[in-house]
Design a protein around this ligand. Sequence first.
Ligand code: MRU
Length: 329
Amino acid sequence: MRTIDWVDGAVVIIDQTALPHRITQLTLSTVDQVVGAIQSLAVRGAPAIGVAGGLGVALAVHTHADDPAGLAAAVDRLRTARPTAVNLARGVDRVAARIPAGADAVLAEAVAVMDEERAASAAMANLGADLLTRVCPPRPRLLTHCNTGALATVVGGTALGVVAELHRRGALGAVIASETRPLLQGARLTAWELDRLGVGFRVAVDGAGPFLMARGQVDAVIVGADRICANGDTINKIGTYAHALGARRAGIPFVVVAPESTVDSTTASGTDVEIEDRGDAEVVAFAGTPTTPPGAAAVNPAFDVTPADLVTAIVTDRRVVRLDRGERP
Ligand code: MRU
């Protein structure tokens, strides 16, 4: 399954807002459509939006062939479609740097970003599975948050790629997917992917995680990241920090899996990162049905910061950084 691809001059994605009920593809042939898909989470997950942004630049170059100002504005709209995951700005900047070399060079760079993310998933899966085998009891029972599988990357995944690799090795005990309020990336997407992979799983409400850990039902927490700062602070889906606190209290490893394209050594710490606020609507209603009294206000940070001191290790496609041993990314 490819979450995102370039087909006949357009970006083709699996529409993640329709899952798990319908598997549909969207063909995006304008920059506005790519920006809309990123903002609506039709395409989501840090590596996937980096790839989408890069392919969006290839579209922009065609649309604005003789319009440098229009092209610059389109690139900027792609770059800022969502603020938190570093992969988006990085993917857009990398591809846009090839604009002077012409449209073919731009497309080649965008495809290279996509291919590199694909290769990164395979490398992380192996390194992460090796690490968990070392730091956990045999056949570990894992808890994961949000969706970090093929849907969030191109194929494979980050944290969920490690889960899948342990399953392939016959070395996985159990998986709990936390549902991930308010948009249910865990319940809708991770559960869908695990089902397709033939991995047994259970879904838990987000608040259950720390208690399940305290009760000895989880051997390690494994999550992805949207940005990893120079000091090791890790930004990931809202709810991650609570799981990290639970893991520390329970004395179990908390492992972050992300490609090098998510490591942002130019940002010193988590306090320097803009956390996307997605507004009231996602919290006060679900699938169009109100869940609060009329007029209720909400606060809706899409991500949180897990301080480096709660992270046992970061696994990238090239290395394992043991934060618990004082190493830094
Ligand atoms: O708002 P989302 O669904 O794009 O958030 C995604 C996450 O937080 C993922 O955990 C993160 O991007 C890592 S995915 C490989």
